[in-house]
Ligand binder design. Structure first.
Ligand code: F6P
Length: 324
């Protein structure tokens, strides 16, 4: 391993910068040249690269977003696009690639491994936490805290106006952000794609809470949940069924992807960055490096993409006990 490249791809997440910094500095430690690819797989196809020195990553550990920029690249989904990318890797004499991103990015990384036997290692970077082989993805912890702060503020106005708020949070097809933030803010109900709570049960829960004297409520809705066609339609259906509820919808959106990374995400990013470099050096590639119970573990990229959901349904049961 004489030269290692690193890129960030897909939706950015807080903590990506700490990982890039760790990759660059671990490379310097092992006397390996480090090349940054700008804007993910698009940059690989456009040959948009820069050599990264230890000093070039100073002052980024505390910054949200990604210093290398990111993109969702349709061209890389084509065989021709990947051939160009591979040629650029070879022309730049790159021996191994570290891909920081989520499921779409790992699908791309896996193709490089399968089609060209190119050494790749993945670092899980997504607020969605929807990769297998890691209890936490980079940015998930920060996003949870962002959501919690935002909903705490929504609660103030919900209480003042005696309103029901439906707050939609991100997470793609997974409910990790909704479940954990919902528990943290004391949601009346948490709607996630992994569990079908049914519209009838939701209405019963709201009726029960009204009866118990509750004047305002928050329902946290994962963007992938299918209880309604979408959160706005769900709110209208609730108002039609329970006209006494004055309902509002708040879609938190991309605020969840930005901001200063938490301590947890900075430490995780640093650990995973160093381990990714070390695993390439050891010839242990084609894997995602993740964390489980404080231990660094490696999972083949295809398993990281397709493993069993790790959603903790027990948390949902506990949240319902809280609403008694
Ligand atoms: O994967 C991260 C994520 O923020 C998802 O939670 C969300 O569904 C999606 O990306 C939004 O993507 P974009 O920024 O491309 O609209």
């Amino acid at each position: 391993m004489k030269t290692i490249a690193v890129l960030t791809s897909g939706g950015d997440s807080p903590g990506m910068n700490s990982s890039i910094r760790a990759v660059v500095r671990a490379c310097a430690h092992y006397q390996i040249k480090c090349i940054g690819i700008i804007r993910g797989f698009s940059g690989l196809i456009e040959n948009n690269t820069k050599v990264l020195s230890t000093r070039s990553v100073r002052g980024i550990i505390n910054r949200g977003g990604t210093f290398l920029y990111s993109a969702r690249c349709d061209e890389f989904k084509t065989t021709d696009g990947r051939k160009i990318a591979h040629k650029n890797l070879k022309d730049n004499e790159i021996d191994g690639l570290i891909v920081i991103g989520g499921d779409g990015s790992f699908t791309g990384a896996l193709k490089l491994k399968q089609e060209f036997n190119f050494p790749v290692v993945g670092i899980p970077g997504t607020i969605d936490n929807d990769l297998h082989g890691t209890s936490h993805t980079l940015g998930y912890d920060t996003a949870l805290n962002t959501v919690m702060d935002a909903i705490d503020k929504i609660r103030d106005t919900a209480i003042s106006h005696h309103r029901l708020f439906l707050v939609e949070v991100m997470g793609a097809d997974a409910g990790y952000i909704a479940l954990n933030s919902g528990l943290a803010i004391g949601a009346q109900e948490i709607l996630i794609p992994e569990v079908n709570m049914s519209f009838e049960n939701l209405i019963n829960s709201l009726k029960k809470s009204k009866k118990s004297g509750k004047t305002s409520s928050i329902i946290v809705v994962a963007e992938g949940d299918k209880t309604g066609k979408n959160v706005f339609e769900l709110a209208s259906k609730i108002e039609e069924t329970l006209p006494k509820y004055e309902t509002r919808v708040s879609v938190l959106g991309h605020i969840q992807r930005g901001g200063t990374p938490s301590c947890f995400d900075r430490v995780l990013g640093t650990q995973l960055g160093v381990k990714a470099v070390e695993s390439l050096i050891e010839g242990n590639d084609g894997n995602m490096v993740g964390i489980d119970n404080g231990k660094i573990i490696f999972t083949p990229l295809d398993k990281a993409l397709k493993g069993k959901s790790k959603i903790n349904k027990e948390l949902l049961r506990i949240s319902q006990i809280m609403n008694t």
